[in-house]
Unconditional design. Sequence first.
Length: 239
Amino acid sequence: MAIELNDVKRIDDDKNWIYITLTVDGDTVRTTSVNPWNQPGPPQTGEALQSWCDNREDWFALNILNQMYPNARYQDTEGDTDLAKFTQWIINGHTNASYCSIAEHDTEESCLANDGKWTPEEVITKVPFTDSHALTGDMRWRMAEQLNSELQTYIYTKYDVGTQISLNAIYGMAATPPEVIAGLDALFAWISGVMEYYYTKKAAIRDVVDDSWRTVTWDYSTFDATDPDISLEALMGPQ
C-alpha cells in the first residue's frame, strides 16, 4: 500500500486525526489529516480507514507538493489532473513562466507599454517538507486543546464573558437583594464545578507517565442538570 497509516486519534463522534507516511517527489514524508467518516456507528478502522487514506493519496500528495514548491504555478502544464500537471511542471524544471497582468501581452516591453505588470520567469526552489506529525502532536497536546475548546464553548454558550462580568458586578452591589445573591452563589459554584472537572481531565491527559491519557473522555453536558440557568433579564428586567 502506498500510504502507511501510523496512528489514529479520535477527536469526537464525527472525526479522527490520522497520521500517515507516503512518498512524494521522491521524499518520504509524514503528515496528518482529519478523517470524517460521515456514517453512523463507530469510527473507521482497519481496512476501511486504509481504503479512505488510499483513495485520497493524490489529494495528500498535491497538498504536500504545494508546501515543497511554494508559489508554484503549474496549472497551465499538460496533464489530466492537478497532481499530473504539478508533476509535469516539476519534470519541466519547476519554473514559473513569465506573464503579464494584461493577458494579451506576452513580452515585457509590450506589457509595460500598456501599463501592465510584468512578472519574470522564476525557478521555484524545492524546500524540505516539515514533518507535521511533530506539529500536530504529541497527541496529548491536541487532546488537551480539544478539552479546552469544548470547555469554552460549553460555558460561554450559556454565560458569555459579558454576562459573567455583569453578574459579578450585580453580586458586588450593596443594594442587590439576598435572594439574588443566593442565586448568584449557586451560579458561581456551578461554574467552579465545571472548571474543577476541566482541570481534573486536563491533569489526566497532561500529567500521567503511562499511556492512560489516551483513554480520557469527557462530557460537559453532565452539568446541564445542575445549571442554575440565571439570566440578566430575569435579574434586572421588570419584576
